[in-house]
Design a protein around this ligand. Sequence first.
Ligand SMILES: [Zn+2]
Length: 742
Amino acid sequence: MSSSDAVSSLGQRELGRRGFLKTAGSVTAGAILYSNVGGMVSAEAASAAVATLSQAEFFDRNGSWIVKPFGLDQVTLLDGTLFTEKRDRILNLAATYSADRVLHNFRVTAGLPTPPGSTPPGGWDTATGNLRGHYSGHLITLFSQGYASTKAAIYKDKVDYIVAELGKCQEALAASGEYSHPGFLAAYPETQFVRLESFATYPTIWAPYYTCHKIMRGLLDAYLLVGNQQALDIVSKMGDWVHSRLSVLPRATLNRMWTIYIAGEYGAMNEVMADLHAITGKPEYLVTAKCFDNRLSLFDAIVNDQDVITRLHANQHVPQFLGYLRVFDRSNEPDYYTAAENFWHMVVGHRMYSHGGTSGTWPASPGLAANTNPELFQPRDNIANSIAGDGAETCTSYNMLKLTRNLFFHDPDPKYMDYYERTLLNHILGSKGDIDSTSDPMVTYFVPLSPGNKREYDNIGTCCGGTGLENHTKYQESIYFRSADSSALYVNIYVASVLNWADRGFTVTQRTDYPRESGSQLTIDGRGPLAIKLRVPSWAKDCNIQINGAAYDVAATPGTYVTVSRVWSPGDTIDVSIPFRLRIEKAIDRADTQSIFHGPILLPALSDERTYLQFSFYKDFKLDGEFSHAITPSGAANFTTNGYTLRPLYVGDAQRHHIYYRRYEPVVVFGRQDSGVPNVDQGDGVTFLDAVWEAAPFKNQGQFMSTVAKLSTDWVKRGLFTRTQRTAIVEAAANAKEDLAS
Ligand SMILES: [Zn+2]
């Protein structure tokens, strides 16, 4: 099927790329149009004379960061946890995946021979696909992360081989004289880039700079994580080629290019160009990073905190803001920082589902046209209304986590790590199927929210297949950070791991089965003063800390870090206990649409029903007001409520489940005592019973009764109850004394 056939078969219906893939199969390139920029430019393609930088040394080049991460190779995950189970399934694929497959489309494009039996990676990375090369870029990052995590030679060997062969491809492409600049390297001809400059649309072309970004990112990771110097040489030449194409285009042309749906999607090209600037110091790379400013209608609006992101393609735009933040790191121009910070709040504060994901579909309503493309940002504060179909593309969360972590480096506000933990432990862990495959990443595209929906795991060669390869092989990246002056250590996520902080002479070992258990024990090996900042998540109710077995008396406020400053000696221990507690979260646009959590862990209800389940909890409440009386453990990490099994989203299978349910509390009841009075809503989604239990825990029946009496009197005054109804409510509360006793 040709691309134009595919378009007409879709008619006017909006459809995401995922839908397009299913409908159209492979897409063929249109007519070939070569650039007349033409000719060879040789001098400026000379390799940058830069010594090998470790990832940690690279991070040190960011002078404006208050907080800095450790390199992936400085933190080792300890075996036997949820994290290593998921990671090892992907590493098994990485260990067996053929490097020649990664190279296949590049060799064909460069006119170089392919080994007998060699095939393209598949998916969107077929022999003719308009996105070919993108998945190979992710695979280079996968192998690089595998090496940084395990130091196994098998990954380094693959990276070194692929980089050397890509170098030959780049040379062959340059020697052909068919390309605008000798730095060009892709798995297809330059056509798509040229056509974008005359505003070709998707799917005539796909996303040429998106693909370019994946290849450049992979090569930068090969340099920073594996120490492959040639990878820097190749990616620098690619950067020179990008500079040669974009720096000559008028601003108006660039602005228009970046507004084109999918075709103008460029991943985080501005991030890799800023990274190249940080590594090489070449000013052209920062100029090129700014060429990607999406200034027609987006950048300035976001700087001015105007929320214009509704109906924009979510994953097309999140990485742009990641890049702006990196441009700020290199340029110190504050608008780039403001853009990233404002954008983050528009997504997390106003468009985030309970598992951390964003983007969805919604029905038509007065003043709001329907949307059927689940890859688009929903309207602001539109959660319950935007879970009509699929939603929450996994790539988008991958990129939001990158943006979040980078914002934290500038502003170590615990809110960023609350979002990070939520999304990592729910959307991302839940995106990895608990299935082994040496060819298929077995990850999700969407993690849909609609009632009775299910996850599908596959995604060879799709965008989410690519980011999925990366997600599960870098779990250690945000467990620990350090202050820029190395006087403080941040412990952000409680994951079994060993931090090797050679510069300070500290090794920190964390033992826990988090999040299958709450809390963690840290053992410090090292000597000297250090402030250890332990994260107290916003969902925490209690947090108890012991140093060497003795209680550490400190007020641990949820949503903060507790700082333990002392001179440490080898063998010192810190025990952190943050008990998980059952709680609910309400959708911001519809209070009866809720999700259940156990600590940080989202608990969907298992059911094949395709309409919302209705759950009641208050009838089971005791004076302490805990959901644990209504939601009870049922083996392993599961719970039971209202006749349904609740199970952590991180369990990676394809059972139909309900991430959101509808709260159904129609009558004012206390225990078995039914007042017969409707449990009315005061107009803002808060019902009478919500108001009563908001005041829990109650020390005794007397305190409970006085709360019910006071609130019901108030609701009578406001015309919400009659006096007769109030009498029935107070009577039911009094009669419930036995039921409410714990
Ligand atoms: Zn994706």
